[in-house]
Write a protein that binds this ligand. Structure first.
Ligand SMILES: [Zn+2]
Length: 168
């Protein structure tokens, strides 16, 4: 059973190449944000989380508005996926190798965004295949810049009142 994810050459594309390929200016801010999000592509991040993480990990203090504009721009050109949660907060995630985002779970209570893993690996692979099939079918119809977001929403084990939840 092959998971034929459409693998563009995975050999780490540099953020510079990506910015150029998407018609963006190679500013330090753009490089830093793209690099950080690609290094943390297994989850999605809010503006506030990003601002904090960039300050901590990259020692970059970015003006709120500058970061918002940059995130919008990066989402527009398809380098990031932007999702709005039930509280209307935006979450940004790097799109790596054109693969659909890994199916993930969003807790409606604490708003954590958790990748589905473990026992769900097989389901994940099947969901990814289905998403790829949908994208490919739409591409043949001429649709472009397609992305699929697979989110399961609910209450996580930590927030659920009585559940002792299974270990993740
Ligand atoms: Zn929760």
């Amino acid at each position: 059973m092959s998971r034929s994810l459409p693998s563009t050459d995975t050999a780490a594309t540099s953020s510079d190449d990506l910015l150029v390929a998407h018609g963006l200016r190679r500013t330090n801010a753009a490089r830093t944000v793209v690099d950080w999000l690609r290094a943390h592509a297994d989850s999605s991040w809010t503006h506030a989380q990003l601002q904090e993480s960039l300050a901590r990990d990259a020692a970059v203090t970015m003006d709120r508005v500058t970061l918002y504009r940059l995130l919008d721009r990066l989402s527009e050109v398809g380098l990031l996926r932007c999702r709005v949660d039930a509280e209307r907060v935006r979450h940004y995630q790097a799109i790596v190798d054109d693969a659909p985002s890994a199916p993930h779970f969003e807790c409606k209570s604490c708003h954590r965004d958790l990748p589905l893993s473990g026992q769900l690996d097989k389901t994940n692979a099947e969901l990814a295949q289905a998403a790829i099939a949908a994208i490919q079918a739409l591409q043949t119809l001429g649709q472009q810049s397609l992305s699929v977001d697979l989110a399961v929403r609910g209450i996580c084990g930590d927030c659920a009142p009585a559940s002792k939840g299974m270990a993740r």
